[in-house]
Design a protein around this ligand. Structure first.
Ligand code: AGP
Length: 606
C-alpha cells in the first residue's frame, strides 16, 4: 500500500507535495519521491526511508515547477531503496503507482525486446515504458486507454508528461484514488486525508476510470474513454489538526483517548433520554435474514470474531466469520438470507474491499463498519455504521478496535430487538450498562505499573503465548498481534483449551504467557489450563476482573484485575492491558511505535 499525491497549480508545488506525503506516510514509509515538470523537463528526487530524508535532499536540489507528483512506498516488488522508489520516469513520462501489476514480468520481457532499458526491480516501471511505447503511435488519451487495458492487477496511478505543463493523468483499478479541487489548482491523492489540508471538495474515481486533471479543469472517463460525471463531495476537515500533543507516540495518545472515543461513539448511537439505539433506515427486514457473515483483516477480523460471541449470545442468527483474503477466493455459496458485515478502520483494505465488491456483484446485503467515512468500503456497502473514533494514526490499531467492537455490539443489540431475541427490559439494562463503559475503560487504563514491569519480560522473550476461552480467545489473538507488530517478538494467541493438543510443547521455563480468565463460565477451566502451563515453567500474567473470590492458584507471576462490568463488556476491558503491554514492550526495545517495520496503516494491496 503506497500513497500518491499530484498537484497542478499556478504556483510551485514541491513543498505542498512534501506536506501531503507526510500525511500519506501511514500508507507506507519504505521510501519516498517527487517529480515535477519544469520548462519541459522531468526533474525527480527520490530517497530511502521517510519523507524527512526526501525533504533533506530537496534542500540541496530544489525542484521547480507548478506541476508534480509524489509517492510514499510500501515495497511489493523490489527492495526498499532509492532506485525502486517512485516516481519512475523515462525522458518523457513519470509515474507513481499504488497496487500490484500482476503481468509485469511478461510486459517487461516484451518491452525489453523492443529495446527498453529498465532501471528498477519494480512492477511499476513497466507502465512508464508502455506509455512511452504507445505514445509513439497514439495521442495521449488513446495511449492511456490502451495501456490501462494491458495491465492486469490493481493500480492507482498518477502520471505526468514532459511536454504537458498542466496535466496529471489519474487512473484507478482496485486501489483508491481521489481528486481534490482548489483555487487555480487541482489535486490527485490516494485519499481525502492527503488532500484535506488543501481542500474539502473531493471526487472519487471508481474502478476502471481515469481522469485528465488540469489546474482549472478536470475530466473523468471510463475505461473506453467515454466521459463520466463525478459528484463533488464536501468532506469534513475536522481531522486536519490531529497531532500527538504531549504524548510520545500517536499510539499512546490513541490508547488514552479510548474513554473519550467510546463516549463519543455511545453518544452517536444511544439516545441518552429514552435509552433507545439510534440506528435507523436499515435497508433490510431482519425477518428475511437468518445468517450473518463477518469479514475483516487483522485487528478488524478479531472484532468480527468477538462479535460472533455476542451474536450467538443475543440473537438466534447463524453467525460465521472469515478473513477477507480467504473469503474473496473461497467457493462461496451466496444466499439471499445472509447479511455480510465488513469491518475496516481505514475502509481501504484491499482484501476487505474485494470481499465487499464480490458480495455486491452477487447482489448480497452488505453493511460496513468503518472509521474513515469517506472510504471505499464505507461508500460501497448498502449500509454503513461509522465508529466515530477520530483519526487513528498509529499503525497498530487500538481505539479503532474498541470502536469496532462497540459499534458491532450496539448493532447486535439493535438486531436482537428487531428479531425479538432480547426483550425491552433486558435491552434497556444493557444500554444503561453500556453508558458506564467510558468510565470503566478510564479506570482500567490505570493498570499501568504492573504492565510496565511485565513488558520487559515479554520484550526480551524468544516468544510468548496469549490464552483465552470464549470471547477471551479473540482478545488473546488481538493481544498477540499487538505484541508481534510492535516489538517484533513472536507471540501466539490460542484457545486455552487447545494447548494440550500440541502447543503445550512450546512451554518452557520462563516463557511469558498471558492468560485471560474473567470470572465467567470458562473461568475454572481456564485456570486449570493456566496451571498446566505454570507447571511447565511458564511465567503467567493473569488478567481477570475484580472479585471478592481469591484466584485459587499458586506461582502466578503477575495478576491484573480489570474493572467489573456487565459481562458483555469485559472484552473491552481485557484489551486495555494488552495494548499497554505491547506499547511498553516496543518502547523498551526502542522501536518506532507509530510506524513499525514492514507495515503500513492501510493495506491497499493484496
Ligand atoms: C492492526 O493493529 C493492524 N495494523 C492490522 O491488522 C489492521 O487491523 C488490518 O490491516 C486491517 O486494517 P483495516 O481495519 O483498516 O481494514
Amino acid at each position: 500500500m503506497c500513497g500518491i499525491i499530484g498537484i497542478t497549480s499556478n504556483k510551485p508545488v514541491s513543498s505542498a507535495i512534501i506536506n501531503s506525503l507526510r500525511k500519506l506516510e501511514y500508507r507506507g514509509y519504505d521510501s519516498a519521491g517527487i517529480a515535477t515538470i519544469d520548462n519541459g523537463f522531468i526533474n525527480e528526487i527520490k530517497s530511502e526511508g521517510r519523507v524527512d530524508n526526501l525533504e533533506k535532499n530537496l534542500v540541496t536540489k530544489s525542484l521547480k515547477g507548478t506541476l508534480g507528483i509524489g509517492h510514499v512506498r510500501w515495497a511489493t516488488h523490489g527492495i526498499p531503496n532509492t532506485v525502486n522508489a517512485h516516481p519512475h520516469s523515462s525522458e518523457t513520462v513519470s509515474v507513481v503507482h499504488n497496487g500490484i501489476i500482476e503481468n509485469s514480468t511478461i510486459l517487461k520481457k516484451l518491452l525489453i525486446k523492443k529495446g527498453h532499458k529498465f532501471k528498477s526491480q519494480t512492477d511499476t516501471e513497466v507502465i512508464v515504458h508502455l506509455i512511452t511505447e504507445y505514445l509513439k503511435e497514439n495521442n495521449l488519451k488513446d495511449t492511456i486507454i490502451k495501456v490501462l487495458k494491458q495491465l492486469h492487477g490493481s493500480f492507482a496511478l498518477g502520471i505526468i508528461f514532459k511536454d504537458q505543463s498542466d496535466l496529471i493523468v489519474g487512473a484507478r483499478r482496485g486501489s483508491p484514488l481521489a481528486v481534490g479541487y482548489g483555487p487555480n489548482e487541482n489535486y490527485l491523492g490516494s485519499d481525502s486525508y492527503a488532500l484535506k489540508s488543501m481542500t474539502n471538495k473531493i471526487s472519487y474515481l471508481d474502478d476502471g476510470e481515469f481522469c485528465l486533471l488540469k489546474k482549472n479543469n478536470v475530466e473523468f472517463f471510463n475505461e473506453n474513454g467515454i466521459k463520466v460525471n463525478k459528484k463533488v463531495l464536501h468532506v469534513s476537515s475536522q481531522e486536519e489538526n490531529y497531532e500527538k500533543g504531549d504524548f510520545k507516540h500517536f499510539m499512546a495518545k490513541e490508547i488514552e483517548e479510548q474513554p473519550i472515543t467510546i463516549k463519543n461513539c455511545v453518544k452517536e448511537y444511544i439516545d441518552n433520554i429514552n435509552n433507545e439505539i439510534n440506528i435507523y433506515n436499515i435497508p433490510w427486514k431482519f425477518d428475511n435474514i437468518s445468517s450473518v457473515v463477518l469479514i475483516g483483516c487483522g485487528t478488524a477480523y478479531h472484532s468480527c470474531l468477538m462479535a460472533k460471541y455476542w451474536f450467538e449470545e443475543l440473537t438466534s442468527l447463524n453467525v460465521s466469520t472469515d478473513i477477507a483474503s480467504e473469503f474473496r477466493y473461497r467457493k462461496n455459496r451466496f444466499k439471499e438470507d445472509t447479511l455480510y458485515i465488513f469491518v475496516s478502520q481505514s475502509g481501504e483494505t484491499a482484501d476487505t474491499y474485494a470481499a465487499l465488491d464480490l458480495c455486491n456483484k452477487n447482489k448480497m446485503k452488505t453493511c460496513s463498519i468503518v472509521n474513515v467515512i469517506e472510504s471505499s468500503i464505507a461508500r460501497d456497502a448498502n449500509f454503513v455504521l461509522p465508529i466515530h473514533c477520530g483519526p487513528e494514526v498509529g499503525v497498530a490499531s487500538t481505539k479503532a478496535f474498541l470502536g469496532q467492537m462497540l459499534v458491532l455490539y450496539i448493532f447486535i443489540l439493535k438486531i436482537s430487538s428487531l428479531t425479538n431475541d432480547l426483550d425491552k427490559k433486558n435491552l434497556t439494562n444493557k444500554i444503561k450498562d453500556l453508558k458506564l463503559l467510558p468510565k470503566l475503560v478510564q479506570e482500567t487504563l490505570l493498570t499501568e505499573d504492573k504492565i510496565r514491569m511485565s513488558a520487559d519480560t515479554f520484550s526480551e522473550a524468544k516468544g510468548s503465548m496469549f490464552l483465552g476461552r470464549g470471547f477471551s480467545y479473540p482478545i488473546a489473538l488481538e493481544g498477540a498481534l499487538k505484541l508481534k507488530e510492535l516489538s517484533y517478538v513472536h507471540a501466539e494467541g490460542y484457545p486455552a483449551g487447545e494447548m494440550k493438543h500440541g502447543p503445550l510443547a512450546l512451554i518452557e521455563d520462563g516463557m511469558p504467557v498471558v492468560v485471560l480468565a474473567p470470572r465467567d463460565n470458562y473461568y475454572k477451566k481456564t485456570i486449570s489450563n493456566m496451571q498446566e502451563v505454570i507447571a511447565r515453567g511458564a511465567k503467567v500474567l493473569l488478567i481477570t476482573n475484580k472479585s471478592t473470590d481469591e484466584v485459587v492458584s499458586e506461582n502466578i507471576w503477575q495478576t491484573i484485575e480489570v474493572e467489573n462490568s456487565n459481562y458483555d463488556l469485559i472484552p473491552f476491558l481485557l484489551t486495555i492491558p494488552l495494548q499497554k503491554l505491547a506499547y511498553y514492550s516496543a518502547l523498551k526495545k526502542g522501536y518506532d511505535i507509530d510506524k513499525p517495520r514492514n507495515l503500513a496503516k492501510s493495506v491497499t494491496v493484496e
